[in-house]
Every structure is written in structure tokens, then in C-alpha cells.
Write a protein that binds this ligand. Sequence first.
Ligand SMILES: Nc1ncnc2c1ncn2[C@@H]1O[C@H](COP(=O)(O)OP(=O)(O)O)[C@@H](O)[C@H]1O
Ligand SMILES: [Mg+2]
Length: 348
Amino acid sequence: MSSPHQQKTSIRLEACGKTFGDGTLALEPMTLDIKGGETIVFLGPSGCGKTTTLRIIAGLESPDAGGRIFFDDQEVTNLPIELRNVGMVFQSYALFPNMSVEQNIAYGLKIRKLPREEINSRVEEMLDMMHIEELRHRTVDQLSGGQRQRVALARAIAVCPKVLLLDEPLTALDALLRERLRIDIDRLLRGLGITTVYVTHDQAEAMSLGDRIVVMDKGRAAQVGTPREIYFHPKETFVADFIGTMNRISGVAADGQFTTTGGSMSWQSDQNGSVDLMFRPENAELTDNQSNAFTGTVATSFFLGDRTRIIIEGIGDEKITIETGNRVELVQGDEISIAIDPESLVSL
Ligand SMILES: Nc1ncnc2c1ncn2[C@@H]1O[C@H](COP(=O)(O)OP(=O)(O)O)[C@@H](O)[C@H]1O
Ligand SMILES: [Mg+2]
């Protein structure tokens, strides 16, 4: 872009909580540092406080007493949204229906009283960046959902905001469009390097877009970390269960061995006695060995083309799901053994 976002704005939430007038505790006091240029994703089920957090950052909602927000070193807690220089995109397209695509994109620039020349060139840039040149003269009601979100993004970015705030921008789109626009947004955010806060309930979106993810549970940040940290090292059962498939096996740890009704494996740990261990489907594989392995029976198997998903019972109390790239044909009741990568075991 000709007017790049040279300085990357960092955001600091300091003990920002939110209790609504009716007594609803939407957000427990949260302290979080978002780095300049970072894309941070708030991920969690509906009602966990994602939008509230975003609105506090935007200046549409003020935090409870004691909460403070900073953009770089500037405290913005009492600064209204129009003075915070944020760009926002929502799930429902808040575009002006009676204006053309061009006019929608130019809107914020006109409000800021930029010279006409500059407005025109910025609009061109945005049309080009979002691949919507051919839509410039259409009105909003002549656009598909995906096209509207492209215009909404263009309008939000056109004003060179310090911070970009996106609230479930893909949720209203069908799966294929969602996937395509997600890839474009990813490229866009990496190219712009603008500090972005992205809210979603979709774990695949969070994993692919976020430099870091904040997993939210009932108004609380359950865990903050990179997608890999969140996936491989969940700190709470809520996080482990919310993201991907996590297997759970209960057994007994003693003398460097973990033993269940289905077998045992070596597992170095300080823990002794009953333990629940967790692992991801991709961290176990079929084996012919009886030692350092667990044996159960096939409950179901699904051929997925490139992989086969196998549901196994009899290894612990719960069924276990594994995925294998091996060409196997299994039927219900077949006896099979699996080896679990000890590095992948999570104990909570
Ligand atoms: N203006 C409001 N007044 C009262 N309760 C609200 C208000 N806005 C949101 N809430 C409640 O706060 C909680 C968090 O809402 P929200 O931040 O919208 O969640 P999410 O975006 O994660 O779905 C919910 O229980 C919701 O019903
Ligand atoms: Mg929401």
C-alpha cells in the first residue's frame, strides 16, 4: 500500500472485565498484551465473551472500574471509538445498502476529509487488494455474501487503522467461500502487518489465522498461546476438548510404566497411581507388537480417502480414536494394537 501502516500498534488490556447492567458477568478481569503487528484470535463457544472483549478494545463498551486499555503507551480507556482509529468488520455486513461499492469504501476517507485525489487512489488500491474491481459500481444489495465481506474488509482497511477488529467475519458464509476468504484474509493480514484481533468460534479459522489464540471459556481466558501450544499442550481439559479430537485413557502409573486394561507402555513421570492421559488421534499408530502397546477391538472404522479413522474400545474406559495413513481394512470386532508416541501424552 502507498500509505503503509508503518508503526505497528501494540494493545494492552489491563484487568479489563465487564459486568452488564443486568448483572451478567460477560468478562472476568483480563490482562493481555497484544504485540504490534500480531494477529490474535479469541476463540470460544457462543456466549463466552468474545464480542464483549472486542467491543471493549474498539471503544464501543467500557470495561468495569479498574480496567484500562492502552494502544502503545497511550491510554485509550476513555477514548470513544471514533478517536481510536480502529477498523471493524462484523459477521453481519454493516455496509450502506444504498451506496455503491466504491462509495462504501470511500466513506471513512470522506469523513476524514482526505483530498479527493488521495481518496480515489486509496479506493483503487482497496478494490485491487480485495479483487473486487469489477464490482465497483454495484450497490451492496447486488453482491453475494462473500463479496460483501470483501467490501467490508476493504472499507475497514482503507482508513489505515491502527488496529483491525474482526468479529466472526466468515460465519455467515458457506463452507467453500469461508475457506477461500479465509486464505485471502490470511494473506492480507500477513501482507499488511497490521495488529489484528479476530473473533471466532471456529477452531480451524483460529488455528490457521492466529499468531496466538486466546481460548475463552465463560468469560475467562482459559489459555493463551500459539496454535501449536494450544493444540499440543492444552493446559485445561476445556481447551483440550474444544480443539480437535483428544483421546482420554485412564490407567495406573508406576515405575515408569503406564498400564490400562488394554496394555502398558513406558511413561516417565513423577506421577504414581491413577492417572488420566490424553493424546491426539494422529499420535498413535497401529503396531504388531504386544509390548509397549495397547490392544483393543475395532468399534467402527471410517475410510476417509487419504486416511482411515478407527474407533477402538477396550483400551481404557472410553473409546479411542486414531487415524492412520496405512491401507487397512478393518471390521467391527477385529482385535488391534496401537503404540502411542510417549512425547505426545498430556496429563492434566
Ligand atoms: N448488552 C448486554 N447486556 C447484558 N448481557 C450481555 C450484553 N451483551 C452480551 N451479554 C452477555 O454477555 C455474555 C457474553 O456475550 P458475548 O461477548 O456477545 O459472547 P460471544 O461473542 O462470545 O458469543 C453472554 O452471556 C451475553 O448474553
Ligand atoms: Mg459474538
